[in-house]
Design a protein around this ligand. Structure first.
Ligand code: FMN
Length: 154
């Protein structure tokens, strides 16, 4: 087993929540990607970070001062996680009535919606670490968050 194999195995035993990062780019294209790497950074300023693979479709639309939403999924929304983590489904991600696309696209029935503005982008090998300021947060009081652990949803 390589260092990488052992690291992957160790990381699979973490319990993750699952979010969809969504935005609209300058050409009015809607983008969405399933992410588990969302972490809060600070309360003052309210900020979070998310790590995005440089090969992901959404990557190049994430630029300084651009806006996006982090949509934390409910247990009933595994299908949206599958849509936004499968390259083959790229065309279908917004072909449903789950989204409000009036402005920054967001999932209407998510566990939480955290609206953000990109502050810093740190390049690290294959990934960009995106640090963003939070502009608005909405949430459901009843906790029913989709969980991902050891490669499976719970
Ligand atoms: C549970 C889960 C969590 C993921 N977390 C991330 C993540 O934090 N960052 C990332 O770049 N890709 C993550 N991925 C992989 C992307 O969702 C996937 O590669 C996606 O297809 C890339 O977007 P694209 O198809 O538009 O290129 C995750 C996938 C799953 C299933």
């Amino acid at each position: 087993m390589t260092i990488q194999d052992n690291f992957k195995k160790a990381m699979r035993s973490y319990v993750y929540s699952v979010s969809i990062m969504s935005n609209i780019d300058d050409n009015k294209n809607l983008n969405a990607i399933t992410v588990s790497s969302v972490t809060s950074v600070s309360i003052d300023p309210p900020s979070l970070l998310v790590c995005i693979n440089k090969t992901a479709g959404i990557h190049d639309s994430i630029i300084k001062d651009s806006k996006f939403c982090i949509n934390l999924l409910k247990k009933s929304q595994q299908d949206i996680s599958n849509l936004c983590s499968s390259f083959q489904e790229e065309e279908n991600r917004f072909k449903n009535d789950k989204w409000d696309t009036t402005d920054i696209p967001f999932l209407k029935n998510a566990q939480a919606n955290i609206f953000c503005k990109v502050d810093e982008i740190i390049s690290y090998h294959t990934h960009s670490i995106v640090v963003a300021k939070v502009t608005e947060s909405k949430y459901s009081n009843e906790i029913d968050t989709l969980i991902y652990v050891d490669g499976s949803y719970e």
